[in-house]
Design a protein around this ligand. Structure first.
Ligand code: MF3
Ligand code: CO
Ligand code: CO
Length: 273
């Protein structure tokens, strides 16, 4: 199956879904404090999606081949959890670092985005790992334009992570997205320039690097979803959903609370008002 090229109508639907996903992250931010459980964060996000936004949480009951249905509305991945952490009784404490990953469905379209958060004051390592991971995501985003290859992006992300002494998780990747949650292409966060698919205007996919402070190996928890670092080192992740435009890219998962690009990335010229 070739990578789908979205129509103008589909792109508009994806803009709406993307903004709404990002707004769930804005909404939950002030609740992330010592003493709150990840289950409470899930409950709050779920209620906000359904009752305020009129969106559907895509993770709930999501069951790709080989998986049991995912039991919650969001993913909360704390400290050495790489991704797909299931919200529950875990009480957040000062110094924890967590990723919250939100995917909403609005009018059939998916918006998928995640950010890192700290509970109180993070360690220097946790802050640096999150910052480098954010730079990795943005290095990838800033390269997006018609004609480049996905391997160019993966290579640049891997170079930046490894230059900083960190490792790139191999088992999970970014993905095409639209009416389907996970579709082609696979967007690897490592690789060689010139390999994999060539980008064309109208493609939509996520860039969502998972970067470990230690070794890249993973272990899967008995719940069938939660993925941790094998060596118990910290892991970080950031995610945006991105459209390939004629001149470059458009980030679809943007809202009032979206952090600005990092200093190492040349900000894209904004159209004059
Ligand atoms: N949002 C995740 C991603 O970025 C996927 C989560 S699947 C779930 O692709 F079932 F764990 F929610
Ligand atoms: Co994703
Ligand atoms: Co996601």
């Amino acid at each position: 199956m070739p990578i789908s090229i979205k129509t103008p109508e589909e792109i508009e639907g994806m803009r709406v879904a993307g903004r709404l996903a990002s707004e769930v992250l804005d909404y939950i931010t002030p609740f992330i404090k010592p003493g709150v459980t990840t289950g409470e964060l899930d409950r709050l996000c779920h209620e906000y999606m359904v009752n305020v936004q009129g969106t559907v949480p895509a993770p709930l009951n999501y069951a790709p081949p080989g998986y049991t249905p995912y039991p919650k509305a969001i993913c909360t991945s704390v400290n050495d959890v790489i991704c797909h952490g299931i919200p529950g009784d875990k009480v957040l404490k000062n110094g924890d670092a967590l990723n919250i990953d939100i995917t909403v469905i609005k009018d059939g379209f998916h918006g998928d985005t995640s950010r890192m958060f700290f509970v109180g004051e993070p360690s220097i390592l946790a802050r640096r790992l999150s910052d480098v991971t954010y730079e990795c995501m943005w290095i990838g985003i800033s390269m997006v334009k018609p004609g480049i290859h996905l391997g160019d992006i993966g290579h640049a992300i891997q170079q930046h992570a490894e230059k900083n002494g960190y490792s790139v998780v191999r088992e999970f990747c970014g993905h095409g997205i639209g009416r389907v949650f996970h579709e082609e292409p696979q967007v690897l966060h490592y690789g060689r320039p010139g390999t994999h698919e060539k980008l064309e205007t109208g493609m939509i996919f996520t860039i969502e690097p998972m970067i470990n402070a230690g070794r890249r190996e993973i272990r899967e928890m008995p719940d069938g979803w939660t993925i941790k670092t094998k060596d118990r080192s910290l892991s970080a992740q950031w995610e945006h959903t991105v459209l390939v435009t004629e001149t470059g890219y458009e980030i679809l998962t943007k809202s009032a609370g979206t952090p600005p690009p990092p200093a190492i990335v040349q900000p894209k010229a904004q159209a004059a008002a």
